[in-house]
Design a protein around this ligand. Structure first.
Ligand code: 48N
Length: 310
């Protein structure tokens, strides 16, 4: 096969690529166009290589994470902030995020009523500085130009952490609940299935789930969406919570401190954060301001460490 030019002028011979040292500068589109000889090509590949590259990695990870140190249910602003703080604080922990949507991020892609700017009340702006999200300072609050700038930056930081695995398009459809010798029930992991399966159980005969066991589950499944407040509702049906508190009317000044200060272990082995906690406790909602999610996520990380170390 004739050698072809690649991005940084290196030659590929017989389909085997010479070990390429990283280019002095990142290839830019103009480099590609300048090198373009009218026949821009890629190094050759076999379809099976692509499939095996995905299958090997995904199922090795899945096999490894059936026993995790912490499972975080829900990759919204609270769950992702918890994952970031936990992974940063304890790089030794195997942290597994289970997110039902194909696209993680929950409700934090937009600021409110489909508008894009995101409001975060001080002092939660310190977290923006920590992860590198620019904002406009408006005195008692800050405004991020687009909510997706916050969420995509946080997601990239979390997914770059070597001890974090995220399984999106995967739903938690039950909790693993063990009973100790004293008869106390304790959450000991999650029951999972592909989300498309979880949403279609009534179309087929039983499509059994999978399990992930862990000593601590952080549930941050939000207050709306196809599976909102999942664990809070499951605690009621499992007899571990008498009744759902149900989220109350909007009050920014009451809701945000309440959600941060009440983030806690709501049942042995289960920590609840974010708007799911509003549903569990019957606390107010805050509407389009996200500092409480950040604070709750960080508090949930501290709670998870407390439970792990107890
Ligand atoms: O963004 P959410 O919904 O939840 P939080 O608590 O991280 O953030 C809430 C926040 O976006 C607000 O609602 C704002 C502050 N508004 C407040 C108000 O007053 O209206 O993320 C939850 C994530 C979503 O991505 C869901 O897909 C996911 O959890 N999820 C699940 N993932 C796996 N298994 C499940 N059973 C499940 N249920 C929900």
């Amino acid at each position: 096969m004739a050698p072809v030019q690649t991005l940084d002028n290196k030659f590929v011979e017989n389909g085997f690529q010479k070990q390429m040292k990283s280019p002095a500068k990142p290839a830019t589109y103009s480099d590609v166009v300048e090198n373009y000889d009218g026949q821009y090509r890629f190094a050759p590949i076999q379809e099976a290589q692509v499939s095996r590259a995905m299958i090997k990695r995904y199922f090795e990870t899945m096999y490894d994470r059936v026993i995790s140190d912490v499972v975080i249910v829900g990759a919204g602003s609270a769950g992702l902030t918890c994952a970031y703080h936990l992974a940063f604080t304890r790089p030794d922990l195997k942290i597994t995020i289970i997110e039902a949507n194909v696209a993680p991020g929950g409700g934090a892609w937009l600021g409110g009523q489909l508008m894009t700017p995101m409001v975060i009340r001080k002092p939660a702006n310190r977290f923006l500085e920590e992860i590198g999200v620019p904002y406009e300072d408006e005195g008692s609050y800050v405004v991020v130009k687009h909510a997706a700038l916050f969420t995509s930056t946080l997601l990239s930081r979390v997914l770059a952490m070597p001890n974090v695995v995220m399984m999106n398009a995967t739903a938690v459809e039950d909790l693993i609940i063990h009973e100790d010798n004293a008869g106390q029930q304790r959450v000991a992991g999650v029951v999972t299935n592909w989300t498309l399966v979880a949403l279609n159980h009534d179309t087929q005969s039983c499509m059994d789930p999978n399990t992930i066991t862990c000593p601590v589950v952080v549930s941050a499944t939000g207050h709306d969406g196809p599976m909102g407040a999942f664990s809070a509702k499951r605690l009621v049906s499992a007899g571990l919570l008498k009744e759902l508190g149900n989220m109350r009317g909007l009050d920014m000044n009451r809701s945000e401190p309440a959600i941060v200060n009440n983030t806690r272990e709501v049942a042995p082995g289960l920590i609840m954060a974010g708007m799911e906690l509003s549903e569990h406790d019957g606390k107010n909602r805050m509407g389009p301001t996200f500092g409480g999610m950040i604070g709750s996520g960080i508090k949930a990380a501290h709670e998870a460490l407390r439970v792990l170390d107890s």
